[in-house]
Design a protein around this ligand. Structure first.
Ligand SMILES: Cc1cc2nc3c(=O)[nH]c(=O)nc-3n(C[C@H](O)[C@H](O)[C@H](O)COP(=O)(O)OP(=O)(O)OC[C@H]3O[C@@H](n4cnc5c(N)ncnc54)[C@H](O)[C@@H]3O)c2cc1C
Length: 408
């Protein structure tokens, strides 16, 4: 059956969802995107994410590369701080040299806005709603929305992140697929009271770190806290007071700027707390339902690589569906086969990056400081080894083979 006119429902409009919608539309499909939030958390919203080689290639094919470069965070210096030691300044550019020659850091909200705008005129977007039920029939997948309507689509794609509703409805409860990596993250907004400009400050301690970076074009800064814990915390994820209290307990004895950051936390209304976990599934497809991005194969939030993998996954899915001329069974199988090597490599990223981001011992903290100090002083091959994070991110990107869109 030809692709033309085939209706695809995509749940989630952050990175993977709008990229998939853009390319499906280019290949003759009729995509609809449903997003739970009332409006996209556009502009400076969210946290900083990374786009590496293949992801930037796809953005280039979408004609959006100049916008992405303009909207980048423009972080130039990372200052690493330890109690009782002088800060170590490193050029941010050097920090990703061992991952990819092409890299742009951008706020997730800025990226989502650019991708959405690239395709919005030709794609149906529904904001402030969510699927709540699904049923697969021979000729399509029936979906109910929280706001009451029901519709039938030829395919349903879950691009709804780490806590995907599509995954839960089609595959079962999250705990079966969520693999805890032994850490947590918290992110929230504070005024840029340190007057930071193109500089990120990171304070390292054993088992916990705190970082702050300015949000380009605003008078705000974002705080990122990362800590280790052997088991999942037991608290209500919808209870802001419980989340604040968890963080206060963990960080109350930390020095540097942390007392001020904890005071600012009381006013922050955008606190986001989550475990650093990865999603591991044997297959992302069940009948006419498939998953893309964090929903199907998150390498873990804040460890890097997730955004590029989500973007690449969305593009590969669109290409494989187009290449099999709308035979969704063959298309979805080809998507899994094409992406699985990259996903397998991506599982190495979390544990390796966590060793760097959240040192586990005094020795690891010391070794990190030495590596930061050495970085600008050693020859390029050593620099690349020091910034390869165990080789996982580069291996993931190398495992990606992109079809040229003009060949489809
Ligand atoms: C604090 C933090 C720091 C991070 N740092 C980095 C980094 O440095 N580098 C990097 O590459 N990646 C980083 N990541 C990971 C990165 O954000 C994700 O890998 C990437 O955003 C995945 O994109 P996605 O489109 O698959 O999912 P998401 O970006 O999670 O988007 C899911 C979308 O689905 C929507 N949604 C959820 N539920 C529903 C529903 N029921 N119905 C409809 N819509 C729904 C959500 O509102 C959201 O818009 C970080 C993540 C976090 C949380």
């Amino acid at each position: 059956m030809a692709a033309a006119g085939r209706r695809v429902l995509i749940s989630g409009a952050s990175v993977a969802g709008p990229v998939l919608a853009y390319w499906l539309n280019r290949f003759g499909y009729q995509p609809t995107v449903v997003e739970r939030t009332e409006e996209l958390r556009f502009g400076s919203g969210g946290h900083a994410v990374d786009l590496f080689g293949p992801a930037l290639q796809i953005i280039e094919w979408m004609g959006a590369l100049p916008q992405v470069h303009d909207a980048g965070t423009h972080t130039e210096i990372i200052s690493f701080i330890r109690e009782g030691h002088r800060p170590i300044d490193v050029s941010a550019e050097l920090g990703s040299e061992g991952v990819s020659a092409r890299h742009v850091e951008i706020m997730r909200g800025e990226l989502a806005k650019i991708i959405y705008e690239a395709g919005r005129d030709d794609v149906e977007y529904v904001f402030g709603d969510s699927i709540s039920w699904l049923e697969e029939a021979e000729d399509g997948v029936g979906v109910a929305f929280e706001h009451g309507s029901r519709r039938t689509f030829d395919l349903l794609v879950g691009a709804d992140g780490l806590h995907s509703i599509t995954r839960r409805l089609a595959f079962g409860e999250e705990y079966q697929f969520l693999h805890f990596l032994g850490g947590y993250l918290a992110v929230f907004t504070v005024p840029n009271y340190l007057d930071l400009h193109q500089r990120m400050l990171g304070y390292g301690d054993v088992g916990r770190t705190a970082a702050i970076y300015p949000v380009h074009g605003t008078d705000e800064a974002r705080v990122l806290l990362l800590w280790r814990t052997p088991t999942l915390h037991d608290y209500d994820r919808r209870d802001l007071a419980a989340e604040r209290s968890l963080i206060r307990n963990l960080y109350s004895d930390m020095g540097w700027e942390v007392p001020r950051l904890l005071a600012e936390l009381e006013n922050a209304d955008d606190l986001y707390v989550d475990s650093i976990s990865t999603i591991v599934m044997d297959t992302w497809t069940r009948g006419r339902v498939t998953l893309v991005g964090d929903a199907g194969y998150s390498p873990g939030p804040a460890v890097g690589g997730g955004t590029s993998l989500a973007l690449v996954g969305a593009y590969v899915l669109a290409c494989e569906l187009a290449a099999t001329s709308g035979d969704h069974g063959r298309g979805l199988e080809a998507y899994e086969q094409a992406l699985r090597p990259a996903v397998q490599q991506s599982r190495r990223i979390g544990p390796a990056v966590m060793k760097m981001l959240i040192p586990n011992s005094r020795l690891q903290l010391w070794a990190l400081a030495q590596a930061m100090w050495l970085l600008p002083r050693v020859p390029r091959p050593i620099r690349r080894a020091l910034t390869s994070y165990g080789g996982g991110p580069a291996a993931m990107l190398d495992a990606v083979e992109l079809r040229n869109p003009s060949s489809l």
